[in-house]
Write a protein that binds this ligand. Sequence first.
Ligand SMILES: O=C(O)C1=C[C@@H](OP(=O)(O)O)[C@@H](O)[C@H](O)C1
Ligand SMILES: C=C(OP(=O)(O)O)C(=O)O
Length: 411
Amino acid sequence: MIGQLLFKQEILKAAITITGSKSESNRLLILRALYPNLKIDNLSNSDDTKVLNNALVSSDSLIDVHHAGTAMRFLTAYLAITTIKSVTLTGSKRMQERPIKILVDALNSIGASITYQTKEGYPPLLINPPVQLESNVTLDAGVSSQYISALILVAPLLDNGLNITLDGTITSRPYIEMTLQLLKQVGVQANFKNQELTIAATTSIKNHTTVVESDWSSASYYYSIVALSQAMTIKLSSYKENSLQGDSALVAIYSKLGVVTTFNNDNSVTLSKHSKSVPQHIELDLSKTPDIAQTIAVTCFGLGISCHLTGLHTLKIKETDRLEALKIELSRFDAPITITENSLSLAKREKDFDNTRSITIKTYQDHRMAMAFAPLAFLANIAIENPMVVTKSYPDFYKDLEKVGLFLELN
Ligand SMILES: O=C(O)C1=C[C@@H](OP(=O)(O)O)[C@@H](O)[C@H](O)C1
Ligand SMILES: C=C(OP(=O)(O)O)C(=O)O
């Protein structure tokens, strides 16, 4: 299925309410499974959250999490510690290509019993009940922070809690900090110093309600829209200045790309254009914020400025190889792009967009490919292949885009 994005209406002001953070929601679902008196408000309506929610109440011996990375990693740890019968945990074809050995080795080293059903190091996994669980574990921190978050989330269930030693350079660090902060908010003692994490055993918590902040990664697409617009102002709800989400770094990053963020008293933010000129070149290390790399690359391309984005080694093992996908799709516009194993460089765009023909963007079953390219529709004639991939994190994306004047027409 292909959807043409049509710019139908010049809008100057819009207000959009974005669903709860998928990352916060999926952590809180695991914590609610541990502590049923935890209440969650503004839970994400993303597919990834629904899939985890369903899996946590399932009594089936086969659980399929489709494309949801956090569900796969968090459930591996949760089932490894709690299951009383054998369970097979699997996912989509792509999920079966996303590595999980570091987490499985860490869990087995403390007494879990996980084996591979098809290929060593990858789902599907056969998870058997654990024998006796120990309280010290060491793992490589450079491949995915989700392995570490998965261990942190189940740590309070262990008799003596868990000490986790992180080996090497820590990637996607704000996600680990988010996990720890959420544990602390519900009443679990946790500490993170240098490369060591300590989580205390905690059998119960006081009644507690957590309100999920809206998703900052989803907000990135509106930052891009404002940056590429002449004078649009967009109000987004519900956000706060002290976010647990690392992608709130958008505020600082997009101030360099022409967008000013104002935090309002009603838990909203207003994005507007500032009058300062935008630099002709930008360099960013995105190892703490991998999920906004595609948005930023497309914004820079649209603005016609050059960029050098680094810290992108994790992009190759996400919903698709995002570096390769960006290279192929930006090249459809003759973008001067080069990639390495961990970086992306765009030279200044020399040509104007040729809007006499429509260019179709492939999405590779990656929600962020569809959403990152959508803002380009303000400048170029584009269509999106399999546009509904967005439901992985942001099911209302196209409905919300209409509020800024962009309409998806399916054909
Ligand atoms: O813990 C999380 O909620 C996430 C961690 C990040 O993954 P990596 O740590 O694998 O980079 C991020 O890309 C993903 O979308 C969500
Ligand atoms: C990488 C992502 O998700 P996950 O790893 O949880 O599938 C994402 O949402 O961009």
